[in-house]
Write a protein that binds this ligand. Structure first.
Ligand code: SAH
Length: 219
């Protein structure tokens, strides 16, 4: 197999196409989400030792006890966020390696992302600038408090699971905005879509999921 500049052949277009086929089989319909996933190099978000597995539909370790989300989950959450038209500003909680951030940055105007582990945030910053994604603002902090300075957000996407929906995130959601959030303890997490209306909030369950827990404070 011909290898690319990283010395691995697994990042070939065929390998990426196979992942897209799998996502379609699993029910992802949004062409724009599928296209962005297809064209985003996931292998640069993981350690070189794991790069050959980057286009499998699996979560992978990124150090510090954290993971890069499974491509299907990234696709599902992004699709749910965009279902009603493109949000302009999106807040992401749990930057991790920055993969979900990169997908969002190619689909919405502005992405704000908060991570509690500084070393992960620094790495994500480098990777995102390698990809020349400049509509992203990153912050080291506890995401359960949101990011008041830039609120309200048209969309909020949470990639670590709290046991209940943080009040601050509801407050920072714009009217007609959408919050996608996994809630619950390990083994019983539900992925929720919460829409803010003129008068309150509407909640819908999307899937059963398995995220790392949302932790308080900074790491
Ligand atoms: N979005 C990532 C998934 C990262 S895993 C991806 O695309 O793959 C979840 C991340 O949430 C971890 O890096 C973890 O450190 C972070 N996290 C957990 N609790 C947090 C909190 N209260 N505030 C900010 N980040 C948090």
């Amino acid at each position: 197999m011909k290898s690319n500049h990283l010395g691995i052949g697994m990042t070939s277009q065929r390998t990426r196409d196979r992942l897209i086929t799998r996502l379609v089989e699993m029910g992802i319909k949004s062409r724009e989400v599928l296209d962005v996933i297809k064209n985003t190099p996931r292998h640069i978000f993981v350690d070189e030792a794991l790069a050959s597995r980057a286009y499998e539909n699996n979560a992978l370790p990124i150090g510090y006890n954290q993971t890069i989300s499974q491509p299907y989950i990234v696709a599902r959450m992004t699709e749910a966020l965009l279902e009603n038209g493109r949000p302009k500003s999106v807040l992401e909680i749990g930057t991790g390696c920055g993969y979900q951030t990169a997908i969002l940055a190619q689909l919405v105007d502005r992405v704000y992302s908060i991570e509690r582990i500084d070393a992960l945030l620094k790495k994500a910053r480098t990777t995102l600038s390698t990809l020349k994604l400049r509509n992203v603002r990153l912050k080291h902090g506890d995401g359960s408090r949101g990011w008041k300075e830039y609120a309200p957000f048209d969309g909020i996407l949470v990639t670590a699971a709290p046991t209940g929906v943080p009040e601050k995130l509801l407050q920072q959601l714009a009217i007609n905005g959408r919050l996608i959030i996994p809630v619950g303890r390990a083994g019983e997490q539900k992925l929720l879509l919460i829409k803010r209306t003129e008068t309150g909030f509407e909640e819908q369950q999307l899937d059963m999921v398995s995220f790392v827990p949302m932790l308080e404070g900074v790491g």
